[in-house]
Design a protein around this ligand. Structure first.
Ligand code: NAD
Length: 359
């Protein structure tokens, strides 16, 4: 059955990088028989300018009816002074909540060709391939009660609540175990079970649920140690699964190990296999419209979309190989450029990947 892909370029470099990804999807349709139909809609600041809302009702409706959403990025200087309720970022949060995208998959991959881009020693990070599975719709970012209150003595008090139900923990653990099966079959669950009861429950539930996944090696790590290990010896990890806030922090740290924000894709999934796919970087307003942004994170997001929603793992492998091949050829956008390489534009990088895939 034909699958539906909703394309949301968004703001800033979103237009440019998603343009390259769309050309790639069209090539997969024509040369590889990929059975998808694409539709485009507005989100973020551009949606606000056109409709007064960063997430128009029509966009959310189309997203819910799609199998996959491909998003560029949202935000930019132009919209920074807007009321928080209509800022571009609200468009993103609205999509996550509206589609119940509870599982955020953030790979941190360092292509050996780019090992020099990391701030860590090449031998520590070269060939790094970690998948961080972050719970995205629960935990302390959503728990009640929350807010800032005044105490009887007039002093202010801020409150947030860390809360997880068993069902929220099992469903994210399931995602992690299933992904590990397609990788190196190892999951490290990150918590703070020695201090926080909520994550003591997290650990116990993960251990319980693991009984159905005896082929997967499960380990546990406190979050402070996990942060240290990520910079000390990151290659020890295969899949890491953790709470919303811990995952927020650890996935950014892991991304930075690679030193190239323009290379990293991400996926956010719900229970029915629908997913939103996007590069981890933002709209880069400082370089928007110059045809110099790196489109590879978005192109690799298409590969994740093929693997996790469209069930086309072979096409995903081919895209990842094509990206590695263009790096072997020495092509680099400005963000990953180093001496001796060939500096290329957004369009040229996109076209180079396509030329590796053309039949
Ligand atoms: P950013 O990721 O947009 O940019 C950080 C730096 O990385 C900039 O110097 C930028 O030029 C560079 N960069 C980012 N992507 C690149 C690419 N593909 N190729 C080459 N260079 C790239 O983060 P920021 O500057 O903190 O935020 C800019 C805007 O993006 C803000 O409005 C922010 O809210 C928004 N944002 C959106 C998302 C999202 O849509 N998912 C994520 C983060 C930030």
């Amino acid at each position: 059955m034909t699958k539906k892909v909703l394309v949301l370029p968004g703001d800033g470099i979103g237009q440019e990088i998603v343009g390259e990804a769309v050309k790639l999807i069209k090539l997969l349709q024509s040369d590889y028989g990929l059975d998808v139909e694409m539709e485009e809609a507005l989100v973020g600041g551009t949606a606000y300018d056109a409709t007064g809302k960063p997430l128009p009702d029509e966009t959310l409706k189309l997203a819910k009816e799609s199998d996959a959403v491909l998003l560029g990025a949202v935000g930019g200087y132009k919209w920074e002074e807007l009321d928080i309720s209509v800022r571009p970022e609200k468009g993103l949060l609205g999509l996550r909540a509206g589609m119940d995208l509870f599982a955020n998959l953030r790979p941190a991959i360092l292509y050996p060709q780019l090992a020099d881009a990391s701030t860590l020693k090449p031998e520590v990070v070269s060939g790094l391939d970690i998948m961080i599975v972050r719970e995205l719709t629960g935990g302390i970012y959503f728990g009640q009660p929350r807010g800032i209150h005044e105490l009887e003595n007039g002093e202010k008090q801020g409150i947030n609540t860390l809360v997880y139900k068993e069902s929220e923990i099992t469903r994210i653990a399931k995602v992690a175990f299933e992904i590990a099966r397609k990788r190196d079959s190892r999951v490290c669950s990150v918590d703070k079970a020695n201090v926080l009861e909520c994550t003591e429950l997290w650990r116990n539930i993960v251990i319980d649920f693991h009984k159905d996944y005896s082929d997967i090696e499960l380990s546990h790590m406190y979050v402070d140690n996990a942060a240290m290990q990520l910079v000390r010896a990151p290659k020890q990890f295969d899949v890491m699964v953790t709470t919303n806030m811990f995952g927020d922090i650890l996935s950014d740290a892991a991304a930075m190990l690679t030193g190239s924000i323009g290379m990293l894709p991400s996926a956010s999934l719900n229970d029915s296999g629908q997913g939103m796919y996007e590069p981890i970087h933002g709209s880069a307003p400082d370089i928007a419209g110059q045809n110099i942004a790196n489109p590879l994170a978005t192109i690799l997001s298409v590969a994740m979309m093929l693997r996790y929603t469209l069930d086309e793992a072979e096409m995903a492998d081919k895209i990842e190989k094509a990206v590695s091949d263009v790096l072997d050829d020495g092509l680099r956008t400005a963000d990953i450029y180093s001496d001796g390489m060939t500096k290329v534009s957004t369009n040229t990088m996109g076209a180079a990947v396509l030329s590796k895939l053309q039949k």
